[in-house]
Design a protein around this ligand. Structure first.
Ligand SMILES: Nc1ncnc2c1ncn2[C@@H]1O[C@H](COP(=O)(O)OP(=O)(O)OP(=O)(O)O)[C@@H](O)[C@H]1O
Length: 412
């Protein structure tokens, strides 16, 4: 709730009987100027209050309309498929009926593909459903058209080639697999250290194939949705089928597919159920369909081998830390929109950043840009990169100290 602005102090006129006429005149002039200032400030506050009142009135009217609509009929839940200026295509849940319905331009502005809405008998949209209450929307990130392309990914050309072969080709040329009489890989597992481009790869395939990108994070599933994991996995596959062609991306799959441990706590049983659901969805899945499945992990060593059997994640692709050439390419990618000085030497930068991931190289470029901006320049120089490297090294050391104090041990 916004605080009301405080009222300006009332100007005071200090007149002394001892004052000369000129002094009085000067004091009166100053007082008059003060009054004008206060007047201006009060007028501004009044205008702001008027605007706020108008906003609240509109909001109240909208709520009243929604309230009326909700009272008069029961509503159906639907998902927005497409939005144009004044029309929206919605697909009703349950019967999957698709309908084109008109909406006011202001509502159209608020809607985007993938939103859940409530529609009445005549399919007019009554309200958008709160994402907060929708576990499905919270657990999954749906992106109709991710904007990452293969050209944005540096240093892992071989992995790009493998992903294209295992994921992209079955989507765009399924007949080639049919003719050859082979089933494409069911699921692809990308494994490697954090920040090396696994998520980017999955998004780039979705982009290239015009597929919807649906991401679910294993860790979120286990942390936030206790008791709902297996239902959400079912929903994930259902949603992917509704939206085909689509790419399901399960990040941090180790959180739901870790090797069985000795302990038998209820949390473990729940994780186990979630994993069983995932396996059974994959087993029942038509590999030649238009849904492809990619998973990623930084903890390959921890995975339950059951998920690597044929028909499940049967194509493993390692995404390693970038080598010298990779680092050079990644730095070039992340500086391509920068105004770089001629002294910038990518070879030196690549040799001085051994062991850094793509994500770390991206932060290096951003940090170097920040150093330039701080000095009032828009041109980024080698010196900025030197300083950025020092800063990131210091940050790393601080991070290591925290890690050695026992907080994080996520080694690959
Ligand atoms: N190979 C790369 N080329 C260009 N940029 C990269 C590369 N790898 C990582 N990045 C940068 O780092 C960011 C994070 O990468 P991404 O999310 O793909 O990593 P990830 O391997 O999925 O990591 P995590 O295992 O932590 O989820 C990207 O948005 C990108 O800007």
């Amino acid at each position: 709730m916004a605080h009301s602005p405080s009222l300006p102090d009332r100007p005071r006129l200090e007149l002394d009987p001892e004052m000369t006429d000129e002094e009085r005149l000067a004091a009166l002039r100053e007082h008059y100027a003060d009054i004008l200032d206060v007047n201006e400030e009060l007028t501004e506050q009044l205008d702001a209050a008027d605007r706020r009142r108008e906003e609240l009135r509109e909001k109240a009217e909208k709520l009243e309309r929604q309230n009326e609509a909700l009272k008069t009929s029961s509503l159906y839940v639907a998902t927005v498929e497409e939005v144009t200026d004044e029309e929206v295509v919605v697909k009703q849940h349950g019967n999957n009926q698709e309908v084109l319905t008109e909406v006011s331009p202001s509502l159209a502005d608020d809607l985007e593909a993938g939103d859940r809405v409530a529609v009445n008998d005549s399919f007019s949209i009554q309200t958008t459903l709160d994402q907060e209450t929708d576990a499905r929307a919270q657990a999954m990130e749906v992106d109709e058209s991710p904007d990452v392309t293969y050209a944005d990914i540096g240093g892992i050309d071989e992995q790009i080639r493998e992903v294209r072969e295992a994921v992209e080709q079955p989507l765009v040329e399924p007949e080639r697999f049919e003719e050859a009489g082979i089933d494409p890989p069911s699921g692809v597992l990308l494994h490697g250290p954090p920040g090396t481009g696994k998520t980017m790869l999955a998004k780039a395939v979705a982009n290239e194939t015009d597929a919807t990108f649906i991401k679910m994070a294993g860790s979120e599933l286990v942390r936030k949705f206790i008791g709902e994991g297996s239902r959400l996995v079912r929903d994930l596959f259902e949603l992917a089928t509704e939206r085909e062609p689509s790419i399901i991306f399960i990040d941090e799959i180790d959180a739901i597919a870790a090797k069985r441990t000795e302990s038998k706590t209820s949390g473990d049983a729940e994780v186990q159920r979630t994993m069983m659901q995932l396996l059974s969805e994959m087993d029942g899945f038509e590999t030649r369909g238009e849904v492809r499945i990619i998973a990623a992990t930084n903890r390959f060593d921890m995975l339950d081998r059951a998920i690597l059997r044929p028909g499940r994640f049967d194509r493993l692709i390692e995404v390693p830390e970038p080598d010298f050439d990779g680092r050079e390419q990644i730095l070039q990618i992340h500086t391509r929109d920068m105004n770089l000085s001629d002294d910038l030497d990518f070879t030196t930068l690549a040799s001085r950043t051994e062991g850094k991931s793509g994500a770390e190289l991206e932060s290096l470029a951003t940090e170097a840009g920040m150093f330039a901006i701080r000095e009032g320049r828009t041109e980024v120089r080698m010196q900025d990169f030197e300083e950025a490297m020092e800063k990131l090294e210091e940050d790393d050391e601080a991070g290591d100290q925290i890690a050695s104090a026992g907080y994080a041990d996520y080694a690959y």
